[in-house]
Ligand binder design. Sequence first.
Ligand SMILES: Cc1cc2nc3c(=O)[nH]c(=O)nc-3n(C[C@H](O)[C@H](O)[C@H](O)COP(=O)(O)OP(=O)(O)OC[C@H]3O[C@@H](n4cnc5c(N)ncnc54)[C@H](O)[C@@H]3O)c2cc1C
Length: 433
Amino acid sequence: MSTDVSAYLKDWWPLQWVTEAPLGSATAAVKPSNIDELTRLVAFASARGVPLYVRGGGSAVTGASIPSAGVVIDTASLNQILDLDEANRTVTAQAGVRLKDLESKLNEKGLTFSQFPQSYELATVGGYISTFGTGQYSTLYGGVEDSVMRLEVVLPTSEVIWTRNRGAPRSSVGPDLSRLFIGAEGSLGVVSAAELKVRKLPRHVWKAAFSFRNFEDAVNAAKGLLEFDVRPAVCRAYNELESQFQFDGKGCTLLLVYHFKSEEVLSTVRQQVATFLEESSVPADPNLVDLWLRKRFDFQGQMDSVRKLGYSIETVEVAAKWSRLLELYRDAMDVLGRTEGVGGVGAHISHLYDQGACLYFTVLFLPKEATYRSLWEGMARVTRSHDATISHHHGVGILKKVYAKDEIPLQLMKRIKKAVDPNETMSPDRLFQ
Ligand SMILES: Cc1cc2nc3c(=O)[nH]c(=O)nc-3n(C[C@H](O)[C@H](O)[C@H](O)COP(=O)(O)OP(=O)(O)OC[C@H]3O[C@@H](n4cnc5c(N)ncnc54)[C@H](O)[C@@H]3O)c2cc1C
């Protein structure tokens, strides 16, 4: 089924709010309603060398879902939950199922996917997998890579494969081919369905907030919690501007903790954490966690309030090892602060690991293309100088393609691309170029 193409020529890439020029181009968009139609479409395009771009929820913030030419495959009609295996705690869903719809279906059975990107009302299963996404509970549950059992993929050669067998919780038969497609951004084939891990909905939660003198102390406290073997589902430390903007926390920085475990474990953890943070912080109102929970998917409200001030908003989510994280923070604040047209920078850490964390900058900038380009150039320089990654979870898209080249073995990726997609029809000008 063919459909109007104009709706597919943009995604949530902030550049499109500051430039008049259209960022995308395509001749047609097609919405296959089953795997057979999808496979025939991929075979048709591959045989004729027609570029194909896959579109899920279109919530990418990097231009990843904007086509450059050819045909867009819209996965919206591949929206069936194929199997819910409660006994083995897996769900198999087609690529176009939205995370929000998947979660509501699971919740009806007392289960959860536990993956909550801020965009979960928009993002689809296939898009979330293809951008290597992660959610707000990642410190406890990990990112999408930790939730995938196996993937069904329509390859550019029009073969349909599952990345591994269905009957085991783990297998050492060969490399994990799912990983080839997680983060491939539509360059190696169309993820048509996924078998995913699910969990029981948590019954006991603990919410706490702490106030610190400065961001450095809050970051060190968050790191300390992990060393102390406390791994909360959510652990977020905010700098001064973001504490003020999000929580009206004047003159302080905040650490929010939200944790799920049994009642007994939580009561011990609560005491341990209070003792551990006694010297460096003062307890803040735990209702701040409820405020965060209420607002956590409301990006539109945040964007509207920034636009009223005449600014646009960009988010830069880098990640570094602990030993470089605070230096990276200081250098980034310095570079962004000196970028002409940048009006304010909020920052927080979330997504904590034993080895490091994601540093997430929210940058208010005057909507001019030159300002936008300079802020990214500056951030790329700082990130590179600290051996950090330019993308913790938003992926690469058009925006970060030039910066991502330094981080990956590009020649090997090109050879893999050529082997999997011999006619180079899938997202031909993107990640693997
Ligand atoms: C306000 C906001 C907040 C966000 N917060 C987060 C966050 O917390 N965590 C996070 O990880 N991301 C976040 N994002 C980024 C974005 O939402 C995610 O990358 C999302 O997972 C993309 O899913 P999608 O279905 O919208 O994919 P799309 O935008 O449609 O596509 C993204 C990429 O995946 C490819 N693709 C899509 N479907 C398939 C498929 N079936 N097979 C092969 N390739 C496919 C596309 O070709 C494209 O390259 C946020 C975005 C916004 C706008």
